[in-house]
Write a protein that binds this ligand. Structure first.
Ligand code: CA
Length: 229
């Protein structure tokens, strides 16, 4: 099911759009403030964005610009002013479509469907698929940098993610803390091999059922760590 984010401060409009899109089988999330919408747009997985232009805190221009730096999903910009639409086109922010309010909700649904199917075709025709590592209930999406444990998503810091991914990609191989530190932290990093211990502990708290009896990352006493296969 495609997931859509609507960033719109006029709640009645947002709700109407949501109702119509949900009736067409889409999963829809709404944010009424620009700053909150931006955070979700950058940190969650959405297949399409519908952005109002004038929003509290952060406007639609800025949200569009920042999404485009990170993602290729379709963006539909909406505004009450025709002039604004012309302005956005002129700026070349990378939006895929523009609609002037008021518009009919069914017109919006039609455009959403068109953009999603076009985007799907685009992905199917050559954009690489996400790089996935999967071991015993742990699924790591290296491309999106997301991790699921038994189907439930867990959040990792950058280094935790890098460390977990490195170990999971080299299962059954014992690495010393020194090796892991060299592998994951660059030379300028402040810290030492104790950093590795701290990160392993944090990772275990997120992936292990019982951290006292780790099922994934084993401690090999006096040597280091190994990801069990
Ligand atoms: Ca507005």
């Amino acid at each position: 099911m495609s997931r859509i984010l609507i960033v719109e401060d006029e709640e009645t409009i947002a709700d109407l759009e949501k109702d119509y899109l949900e009736l067409s089988g889409f999963e829809v999330e709404i944010e009424n403030r620009g700053d909150k919408g931006l955070i979700r747009a950058l940190n969650e997985e959405f297949d399409l964005f519908i952005l109002d232009l004038m929003l509290p805190e952060v406007d639609g221009f800025e949200i569009c610009r920042q999404i485009r730096e990170k993602k290729n999903s379709p963006i539909i910009m909406v505004s009450a002013k025709k002039d604004d639409i012309d302005k956005i086109r002129g700026l070349g922010l990378g939006a895929d479509d523009y609609m002037t309010k008021p518009f009919s909700p069914s017109e919006l649904v039609a455009r959403v469907k068109a953009h999603l199917s076009r985007y799907d075709r685009l992905i199917g025709s050559g954009m690489p698929e996400n790089d996935i590592v999967e071991i015993r209930g742990i699924r790591i999406d290296k491309t999106a940098r997301r991790v699921w444990v038994n189907g439930e998503e867990r959040n990792f810091t950058t280094k935790e993610f890098d460390l977990l991914t490195f170990l999971a990609e080299h299962p059954n191989h014992v690495y010393t803390k020194e090796e892991l530190f060299r592998e994951i932290w660059d030379m300028e990093s402040i810290g030492d091999i104790a950093t590795v211990t701290v990160h392993i502990k944090k990772i275990r708290e997120k992936i292990e059922f019982n951290t006292a009896k780790p099922q994934y990352i084993e401690t090999i006493w006096g040597v280091g760590y190994r990801f069990k296969i």
